[in-house]
Design a protein around this ligand. Sequence first.
Ligand SMILES: Cc1cc2nc3c(=O)[nH]c(=O)nc-3n(C[C@H](O)[C@H](O)[C@H](O)COP(=O)(O)OP(=O)(O)OC[C@H]3O[C@@H](n4cnc5c(N)ncnc54)[C@H](O)[C@@H]3O)c2cc1C
Length: 509
Amino acid sequence: MNQYDEIVVGAGSAGAVIAARLSRESDRTVLLLEAGPDYAAIDQLPEDLRDPWISLVAHDWGYSATATPGHQFPYPRGKVTGGSSAVNNAAATRGLPQDFARWVELGNPRWSFAEVLPYYRKLEHDADCGGDFHGHSGPVWIERPRRLQPVSRAFIDAACAIGCAEVADLNHPAAIGAGPVPHNIRGGIRLSTALAYLTPARPRRNLTVRARCLINRVLIENGRAVGVEADTGAGAERFMGARITLCAGAVGTPPILMRSGIGPRAVLERLSIPLVRDAPGVGANLIDHPVIMVVARGKSGVEHDPAVFWEVTLRGNAGGSARPHEMMFPLLSAYGDRILRDYFGAPGYPVIALCPALQQPRSRGTVTIASADPRQPPVIDLNLFSHPDDIRLVSEGMHIARSLLLRPELSAYVDRIAAPEDAIFSAPQNMAAFLRANCYTGYHPVATCKMGPDSDPNAVVDQYGRVRGVSRLRIADASIMPNIVSAPTNLTCIMIGERAADWMLREDD
Ligand SMILES: Cc1cc2nc3c(=O)[nH]c(=O)nc-3n(C[C@H](O)[C@H](O)[C@H](O)COP(=O)(O)OP(=O)(O)OC[C@H]3O[C@@H](n4cnc5c(N)ncnc54)[C@H](O)[C@@H]3O)c2cc1C
């Protein structure tokens, strides 16, 4: 059978959620299409999908991105059921109320914090924190470290010594300060949406999961989406659906739309793709969190579990900003041989790295295509630091990170700063050049098909995720965020999946 009620493209953080939630109605047929492989049972999972600290190769699309002119870096995206939630570092952090206030200001009143909180609660089973802000019966298990490693404890003490608060629950809406990172890890295994949502849904006869299907384009007839065309390895195949939902992520969804004739007119004309709708916002407005490390040589002979890499973070302010949630400073502590080899090239000593990460960057980039062939990679230009505030704030974050690492509370663990060298810190122009040449990101791309009101010419979807100008076509993934949240993005993408599924179950468009 090639005709379904619902076709969901991309089995990632949002897509797996939508397929699982929609298929709870047994008379609704749901087809979930994924370009990568599928592992139907937890005991089939390869090691790189179990361990959140294995740097991925096997289940990656293999893209690279331009950070700044002349500086490219690998830009991982998960290619497997579970999507990027199956390959990420499993930090389970929510956006803040001020983030969603901004979404409302941008013309999306259904995304206030009060509107999204029930969905953040619905998705989680928080093992540690109770109260009005948490859920305890959702599919995603979230826990914090039971007992901190000594260096992590010392970092929190150092942050408190410079005036930050210690916070037990970084997912509390008022949490600004240093504390343990909530992770969606249980028994050492990263809980992707494939495990958390698809595993219990798989026995349903009305849910079909098709792996290794590369979607080329959406089939559109008379302004209505009627199906998708896929490369299944045995040639092009068509799947017909009463409703199509794209969940291919902020990098994957814009190319599918462009190949379907929905995108900036100039791009489609250059590639001879017949125009269905001129949509300049498709692939525009790309936002990601710029991240860079201050790396310290750690002292040997201290107590540290070699399997622990990231267990504390500081959400705080870089000097000069009125916004307290402007920066995050994750602390990475690498003592195990494999982690040191994978992340730091086996330096021969333990590494303690503090990573200023700008949470509300002003710079905007693009995702586009250079070919109509779906096997060709998209062109990802992050355009980091094109807004002068961003380089100023990250520079300030570098100085804060360095001074934190050199605080007396950490002196039992930090031997000396290994990189960048002192000369980079001594002159603003040296720091700016260093950041432009070395900065990367948290791999949190969003907003490339942003939601917004009719009055916004760059809004690709309305606030319910419905694609403007084409009926029966929705988007639900990181691409529809109108602005980035002040946190790693996975939990927010799952929340988007939950929110969209709820609307889709109640509405028929
Ligand atoms: C290495 C890494 C580390 C990260 N660490 C964290 C972290 O610790 N915490 C956090 O909160 N966030 C983290 N993130 C970000 C987070 O994982 C993403 O924001 C989130 O998973 C995006 O969800 P999504 O549903 O938009 O897309 P994805 O989860 O990427 O899903 C998209 C899916 O669509 C499929 N797809 C794409 N194109 C096609 C096509 N043409 N045909 C068929 N299928 C297609 C993909 O294979 C994929 O399965 C990390 C990301 C990466 C890559």
